[in-house]
Ligand binder design. Structure first.
Ligand code: NPW
Ligand code: ADP
Ligand code: MG
Length: 283
């Protein structure tokens, strides 16, 4: 099956300019759920990326140990904490986000697994699932049926393998991912070089990005970006496509200054603005 290439022409068909009369209350509220002791950075990266991708409000739901870390490193982000100090054990909140991203740095404690299960049973908000939340699903495959249609999952190759099993060739990998996408009605962002997005039988192939992205936390940033676009009322497939395109573009923009080696996940965030601006240029 031939992929649809995600390039600037395709992106301009779905990109929505910011309305002059908008305000933070209608620009979308994203909730990022994740973090555990030693991995609060994943939530900092994800929630900052969400803010820098245009949503009006961002809240992070984290274990207690991350409270000051997030408040000090990103004062624009609001914070809700779990009752536990080092991991998430009970996901409850009284806000009404338009999109939720769950998984960066969340870990796989038994209590976290149970909390994630309870969350999936009641959640009705558009969702992006990443990292350890995907690993938890791999260990509890019956929970996949709780996911609403068009839920976005963002596995790297190892996380994908844990979900769908091993493959022997690239075509078989794509074929198995299509079957999985159809079985659970999921949008699957197959992260890699290049990243493919699978939505049932439709395959998209991204054209931006480079090896500078092979750095800790760059996937956590992508989760924040897609969650932000989802909160801004992009259709789930368009949020995934635009998020992946912009994420890759940041590395293409930064490369002449950072080189491959010194590009870090925070450089993705620092270049999101330039990536958006390039969509406003004629060339
Ligand atoms: N600052 C923070 O707080 C950070 C927190 N983080 C958080 O940590 C948690 C664990 O996440 P994680 O992805 O590091 O661990 P895990 O799922 O075992 O996968 C690792 C293995 O997968 C493979 N692999 C990966 N990419 C591949 C590729 N392109 N192509 C092929 N293989 C690939 C590779 O396997 P190998 O090839 O070595 O067998 C590798 O060893 C998670 O919650 C995350 O959010 C991190 O984001 C970092 C920054
Ligand atoms: N060689 C590469 N070329 C292009 N993109 C890459 C390359 N290596 C990694 N990436 C991208 O970087 C991101 C890595 O995500 P992930 O493995 O989840 O990182 P982390 O969990 O550390 O945040 C993905 O978007 C992936 O497509
Ligand atoms: Mg990751």
């Amino acid at each position: 099956m031939n992929p649809i290439f995600i390039d600037k022409i395709e992106i301009l068909k779905l990109y929505k300019r910011v309305d002059t009369h908008t305000h933070k209350g209608i620009q979308g509220h994203a909730l990022i759920i994740g973090g555990s002791y030693g991995k609060i950075g994943a939530v900092c990266l994800s929630s900052k990326a969400a803010l820098k991708s245009g949503c009006g409000l961002v809240t992070a739901f984290i274990p207690k140990c991350g409270y000051e870390i997030v408040q000090i490193s990103i004062p624009e982000v609001m914070v809700l904490t779990d009752v536990q100090e080092k991991f998430i054990s009970n996901i409850t909140f009284d806000i009404k986000p338009q999109a939720i991203g769950i998984g960066p740095g969340i870990g796989q404690e038994v209590a976290t697994q149970t909390a994630f299960h309870e969350f999936l049973k009641t959640n009705k908000t558009p969702l992006v699932i990443d990292a350890d939340a995907l690993n938890i699903l791999s260990q509890n495959k019956s929970w996949l049926s709780l996911l609403h249609p068009k839920t976005i999952i963002t596995p790297h190759p190892k996380e994908l393998e844990r979900l769908i099993g091993k493959w022997n060739s690239e075509p078989e990998k794509i074929e198995k991912t299509i079957t999985f996408s159809k079985q659970y009605h999921l949008i699957i962002v197959m992260k890699g070089a290049p990243t493919h997005i699978i939505d049932g039988d439709t395959i998209y192939e991204n054209t931006t990005g480079n090896a500078a992205l092979a750095t800790a936390g760059s996937g956590d940033v992508l989760t924040g970006m897609i969650t932000s676009l989802l909160a801004q009322s992009y259709e789930p497939i368009n949020a995934a496509i635009l998020g992946v395109y912009l994420h890759g573009l940041t590395a293409d923009i930064a490369l002449p200054e950072t080189g491959y080696q010194s590009f870090v996940a925070s450089d993705v965030i620092a270049n999101i603005g330039k990536a958006f601006l390039s969509l406003e240029n004629k060339d």
